[in-house]
Design a protein around this ligand. Structure first.
Ligand SMILES: [Fe+2]
Length: 306
């Protein structure tokens, strides 16, 4: 697949709904009602994860609590993903259901082939230990998620939700040229640094209530400006229809179970539900290779017990 083919495929994000930031990056303002429901489900999820209750009821109380208890919250990965657990399955299903409503409002369903699951709710603290920046797949290093073993046919989907989204944010890089072979699983993100000279930084404001979609041929990273505060955001990925038959999508074996068809995906959180096996009382294993941190199965609603 060439850069031109990718640009052409990206035209599926049409101008009546999306705002073109570059030929491989678009944004869109989320419908107010859908956003409100989605944000409320994120608050419930984060409150339940941290306090086993719904006592944290606002953006401010969530961020204050997480900032104050940063050392005690053992369900968060070094990259900031708030891992869904047995005790928070119900709340995570609700987020998924509300997220799918947002996807449906974008009029792109017939162009989505399959989804990578589960989505990530991330808390990017204002400060993280220096050692976290040095990790092989630290999201603070510029990268394509294909380097982390995901299908190179995918696009990234990002929503800045709460907190200091102006100073603690995602930054994007656009390819001046592209070799598809760059978009393969790499041992670590620093292996990909040699490609960065072919990329240029794209400047734009990431706003709350907006979503951003970027092709896997772009690079992204988290940046923290001086004195920034904590940010909460969503990220996930999905595969779009490609016109070129010559694509070389290389999914890492560890990730094969993490893809489902859009048809199945749209029932998630509703007719079908996630069930997460691990308890919130157990710590996360430090390294699981390429695999997603959450251990889950999908069950029919009737069989579901929260
Ligand atoms: Fe990423």
């Amino acid at each position: 697949m060439s850069l031109d083919t990718r640009k052409k495929d990206f035209e599926m994000f049409q101008e009546d709904i999306f705002n073109k930031i570059s030929p491989l990056i678009v944004s869109s303002k989320i419908n107010k009602k859908l956003l409100n429901n989605f944000n409320n489900s994120v608050i419930k999820y984060l409150s339940k994860s941290a306090t086993k209750s719904y006592k944290l009821k606002s953006e401010k109380s969530i961020i204050n609590f997480y900032d104050r208890n940063i050392d005690k919250l053992n369900f968060i990965t070094p990259n900031g993903a708030v891992v869904p657990k047995k005790e928070t399955s119900k709340e995570f299903n609700l987020i998924t259901k509300n997220f799918i409503k947002i996807i449906k409002s974008l009029n792109i369903q017939d162009k989505i082939v399959r989804f990578h699951i589960p989505l990530n709710i991330r808390i990017k603290f204002s400060n993280i230990p220096q050692s976290f920046y040095l990790r092989d797949r630290a999201t603070e290093k510029p990268h394509s998620d294909s380097w982390a073993g995901e299908s190179s046919n995918c696009v990234n989907f990002h929503i800045p939700i709460f907190g200091d989204v102006n100073n603690n944010k995602m930054e994007f890089f656009y390819p001046k040229k592209l070799n598809e072979n760059w978009l393969r699983p790499l041992k670590n993100f620093q292996t990909g640094f040699k490609y960065k000279k072919y990329y240029k930084k794209i400047h734009f404001k990431t706003l709350k209530g907006n979503l951003i979609i970027s092709d896997f041929a772009t690079l992204h990273r988290t940046i923290r400006k001086k004195n920034c505060k904590t940010r909460i955001s969503l990220d996930t990925t999905f595969e779009i229809k490609r016109t070129s038959k010559l694509n070389i999508s290389k999914i890492h074996n560890d990730r094969k179970n993490e893809y489902i068809s859009y048809k199945k995906y749209e029932k998630l959180g509703d007719k079908n539900k996630y069930f997460f096996n691990d308890s919130i009382y157990n710590s996360i294993n430090q390294d699981k290779g390429f695999k997603h941190f959450a251990n889950f199965k999908i069950v029919k609603n009737e069989k579901y017990k929260s």
